[in-house]
Design a protein around this ligand. Sequence first.
Ligand SMILES: NC(=O)c1ccc[n+]([C@@H]2O[C@H](COP(=O)([O-])OP(=O)(O)OC[C@H]3O[C@@H](n4cnc5c(N)ncnc54)[C@H](O)[C@@H]3O)[C@@H](O)[C@H]2O)c1
Length: 342
Amino acid sequence: MPEPAFEKRFDHVLITGGAGYVGAVLTPQLLDAGYRVTVLDLCWYGDGVLPEHDNLTLVKGDLRDAETVRDAMQGVDAVLHLACVSNDPSFDLDPTLGKSINLDAFEPLVDAAIAAGVKRFVYASSSSVYGVSDALDVTEDHPLHPLTDYSKFKAQCEPVLLGKASDTFVPVVIRPATVCGYSPRQRLDVIVNILTNHAVSHQKIRVFGGDQLRPNLHINDMADCYETVLEAPDEAVASKTWNVGSTNHPVSEIAQIVKRVVEEAMPGLGEIAIDVEPTDDPRSYHVNSSRIAADLGFTPELTIEDAVRDLCFAFRAGKLPNSMTDPKYFNVKVMQEQPATV
Ligand SMILES: NC(=O)c1ccc[n+]([C@@H]2O[C@H](COP(=O)([O-])OP(=O)(O)OC[C@H]3O[C@@H](n4cnc5c(N)ncnc54)[C@H](O)[C@@H]3O)[C@@H](O)[C@H]2O)c1
């Protein structure tokens, strides 16, 4: 990680969803930076992804439970809200569950933060709020056309949070691109990671469509972004909404990158084939992330190549066993095993 642009200004941070894919990278990073961290997470995708640390409190609980939230917020200065049912297929399995977490619980969570004296609240929205757009550059001013309930609820929560801004409560909305790369809580259901898994496991990548543009972001850049937003002064972040992504490649180009990097990093696998198949998923968006660069000086430093290389390293080290079959790597498979509307 580069030298932080700002000074550490808070002591105690609550990360909801801190045991998830992004959280499992962000939490140790903030601990290393000297924060006290409380993680509130149901740990759907497994225990043991977070380090043992004197400054870490793991609350294995549900953010829909008012008492759990109230207790977890005690003494917290800032909240990073990552927890949710975090992709469309998982959401569609049980829309009632998804709505209860992603939308209904949102305002009570923000109100609980305000009541507990939390000073800054950073919300992980999504660049999928824009839906399909032909615009050359989708900036934060682009109209929102969310195509799914997951994206729609992300979009609906943003004004709820921003409407709570005050002299003592600073809300910030981040709209990340699709994240990629290695995490101790690995997801293999996001595009770069899916293609890398198939390349390594089957020496074959299946590309659906290929022309759709997909913005991506390396997971370590994602974590650096949250740390930067946490550390920047109030006046620089108050009520801001920022896109965060690095590169926008067509899916076919992402496949070529994965093929090249896997062939280089794991030469024993031989040649990786690419099969192109039709798709009924039209999402395509070219996300412009220059505003956060201008406002905070934050620019992603890492590439898709880095993410694929990191994943190859993890495969070679045996950190991703049974990567095609273990449900824990695929949110929708784990959600299928949850009791309905828990
Ligand atoms: N990963 C991406 O590509 C991406 C892209 C854009 C936005 N985001 C957003 O970033 C955030 C983090 O994404 P991720 O990939 O780490 O997701 P993830 O699914 O890996 O993690 C979400 C975590 O939230 C927890 N959780 C869910 N419901 C909960 C509840 N009711 N109470 C407590 N914990 C609960 C889960 O146990 C899980 O650990 C999400 O809000 C997601 O929508 C992610």
